[in-house]
Write a protein that binds this ligand. Structure first.
Ligand code: FAD
Length: 401
């Protein structure tokens, strides 16, 4: 009987194995995870869960009995240490498992601060796993002083939770502005203002020189000479695709495990999906770090492992929650040359254009702009910028144009 092994029991691994069964595969399916818990959703880790407003059980994507019912063998708390693509085996502990087809859904690992600048002191946290957040939560207490390193979405979400819990928060961003890598200056300005109103000190164009402390972190020196006294630090300086196994097995890598439009790697028996995989998109090769992409690509890979031969068309979207603001992003803004901002009451949206082509929309408390922008991008339609920026324009009418 045919054997499929999936390494990485996160969002993509869970979606892939469930889809294999849904598509009628009745061979052996094994899902292997390094973490000791069943697959769970990560987005709440830096939002409701860290805030203490969501129970751990609600993080789980499926109850454990789902895997039993679907005859998916879950092997948890067992990192795969070796992949032999020639022999078609994976090794976990002293167990060696054979596969006919393998999927790598190994996600990503956070970049860490070097030990030489205090990255290995106590109370210096990253936000990737349930264990990371459980370790951090007790420190996020009223009156504590925190430094957040990095003004991307993870850093800003952690800052919002900490500020809400009464922590005195300073956030440093080495680039000229927060969200510089992912958003236009208009969106950065919106979130800078939001955080400042909630008492977070945002320092842009300022790096971290070093953390200080004896055992636990107790202070920081910034690149402009500022010295801070601290109780804890959150590091949100980006992630790297987890490609250790793929690299050792000699698979082609290119900013992640390089897969083709069908999700297949350079080895015909090995597939990859989610954060760890890079794939062709328009004229480039990209990697997406988001739940909707992990689900869509993993489900497509499952069907393709069974011979469907489908091509992946990414339809990027993303969200972030900070205080009472829900940000929803449709599309990918890379290559934009100008933006148009629409303000309509408390709702704000930033529309990204390349020439006359609409690429992406950042919608802040504006689900309508998000939905309509998304539909237009997917349909290849581009509304006139003047119509978008005019708050009198009924956005729905743009769909009919
Ligand atoms: P993961 O879910 O990370 O799963 C990979 C799994 O593989 C991990 O459990 C890992 O331990 C395991 N693994 C790795 N190597 C091995 C090995 N050798 N053996 C066995 N197991 C292994 N996305 C959004 O769209 N919206 C959000 O608001 C959002 N917020 C986020 C907030 C946080 C704090 C984080 C960390 C992420 C957030 N994301 C968000 C991103 C989203 O969670 C990821 O893109 C998504 O989880 C990717 O799924 P994945 O399956 O590729 O990786």
């Amino acid at each position: 009987m045919s054997q499929i092994v999936v390494v990485g029991a996160g969002q993509a691994g869970a979606s892939l194995t469930a889809e294999l069964r849904k598509a009628g595969f009745d061979g052996d399916v094994t899902l292997i995870g390094a973490e000791p818990v069943p697959p769970y959703q990560r987005p709440p880790l830096s939002k409701a869960y860290l805030l203490g407003e969501m129970a751990e059980e609600r993080l789980y994507l499926r109850p454990e009995r789902f895997y039993e019912e679907q005859s998916i063998t879950l092997k948890l708390g067992k990192p795969v240490s070796a992949l032999d693509a020639g022999a078609k085996t994976v090794t976990l502990g002293d167990e060696v498992l054979s596969y006919d087809q393998l999927a790598l859904t190994t996600g990503s690992t956070p970049r860490l601060l070097p030990g030489a600048i205090g990255g290995d002191l106590g109370n210096v946290f990253t936000v990737r796993t349930l264990r990371d957040v459980d370790a951090m939560a007790p420190a996020v207490a009223e009156g504590a002083k925190a430094l957040i390193v990095g003004g991307g979405y993870i850093g800003l979400e952690a800052a919002a939770v900490a500020a809400k819990r009464g922590v005195d928060v300073t956030l440093v961003e080495m680039a000229d502005r927060i969200l510089q890598r992912v958003a236009a200056p208009e969106t950065s300005a919106f979130f800078r203002d939001l955080h400042t109103r909630h008492g977070v000190k945002i320092l842009e164009g300022v790096g971290l020189e070093r953390l200080t402390g004896d055992g636990d972190v107790s202070g920081a020196v910034l690149s402009d000479g500022t010295e801070l006294s601290l109780d804890f630090v959150v590091v949100g300086v980006g992630i790297l695709p987890e490609t250790t196994l793929a690299e050792a097995a000699g698979l082609a890598l290119d900013n992640g495990i390089a897969v083709d439009e069908t999700g297949r790697s350079s080895d015909p028996s090995i597939w990859a999906a989610g954060d760890c995989a890079s794939f062709p998109f328009r004229d480039a090769r990209i990697r997406l770090e988001s739940v909707p992409h992990a689900i869509d690509q993993a489900e497509l890979v499952a069907r393709n492992m069974l011979g469907a031969g489908e091509q992946y068309t990414a339809r990027p979207w993303f969200w972030s929650d900070q205080y009472d603001v829900k940000l929803q992003i449709a599309g990918l803004n890379s290559g934009y040359d100008h933006v148009v901002t629409r303000n309509s009451g408390p709702a704000t949206s930033v529309w990204y254009y390349q020439g006359e082509t609409l690429l992406a929309v950042d919608a802040m408390n504006d689900p309508r702009a998000y939905m309509i922008g998304k539909r237009m991008i997917e349909a290849g339609k581009s509304p006139a910028p003047e119509a978008v920026s005019n708050p009198e324009t009924d956005l729905k009418s743009l769909l009919r144009a």
